[in-house]
Design a protein around this ligand. Sequence first.
Ligand SMILES: *Cc1c(COP(=O)(O)O)cnc(C)c1O
Length: 386
Amino acid sequence: MKIESRLAQIGSVQEPVTGSVSYPIYLATAFRHPKLGESTGFDYARTKNPTRKVLEDAAAELESGDAGFACSSGMAALQTVFSLFGQGDHLIVSLDLYGGTYRLLERIMSRFGVTASYVDTNDLDGIAQLYTPQTKAILIETPTNPLMMITDIERISQWAKAKGILTIVDNTLLTPFFQRPIELGADIVVHSATKYLGGHNDVLAGLIVTKGKELSEQMAFLHNSIGAVLGAQDSWLLMRGMKTLALRMERHQENATRVAEWLLEHEAVEEVYYPALPHHPGHDVQNRQSSGNTGIFSFRLKDARYVEPILRSIKLIAFAESLGGCESLMTYPAVQTHADIPEEIRRQIGVDDRLLRFSVGIEHAEDIIADLGQALAIAKSEIGEV
Ligand SMILES: *Cc1c(COP(=O)(O)O)cnc(C)c1O
């Protein structure tokens, strides 16, 4: 079945008792055993909950993996994955990384003796130089956030396999609708399902999908032992969001492309970072490994003084700190999402005070462009340009 159909049908045909078209929310945390030594398959909800299981099975199938695990947030999913590692282990990580993941590695995992080195994951020589016998995994985001750098997943996972280490991909920005890293050789996929999968800025959730029996068993052990699992109500809400993922992603892509092309022509804008644009350095790899583009891009203004009036003047677009929902949101990475990344690294990757990130919603593209246009006009007139 095509992915659109699988998404629309999540949870729809699996409830045999009543035929309910929407899967029920099982709030029970404990499940009665038929007799000693027997189980319905459900014992205690941290280990397994029926509603959460429908979501987890769907996630595994959509990402072409063997097992799925729903967590209370994207960070909880990453923490659970990082718990595969311990004292002395080393990770190689995308340089232009989600700020929260950087914080988790540098301020928490470091206390458990796990170290990380950051590199442009396009640069295989740079990666190879960082490799040591202690290296256990490579973690990539592609595209990265906010600079939308693209990494060739197949190339990286082939290198990692040859070294006997794991490839972990944070697939939040593209979702399995546009990109399936396990099919390209990755071992683990992580999501902040708070973003496109949920899609409505109303549920905080994370997902892990693993490939391989042993790794899936290890992850099940960690997921249950750590206990940062997703509640039944939020599992249901996430599945409800995922049913419309295909439609939303197509519209996000269409709108983002139109708005990015418009901004690229605007005199106040120096550069637009969006892999759908032919001049983007990752354009070809992106087209090869993904079937579409995310709804997020970043753009650099010619003058940092434009930022304040733009963020004050946008009306339809909200100045807020997330991405992937129906509503258009604009973020100022240097002071919001990436504030925890040291200025030196921020500058190296190009997250400066002229960079804005735009999560383009599913409103009409003309309304989004009109809102941006009036905000940019105010910004230009306030700093004395016409
Ligand atoms: C938001 C985000 C996370 C963290 O997810 P939460 O659901 O906010 O905990 C991790 N990775 C990426 C790429 C994100 O955008």
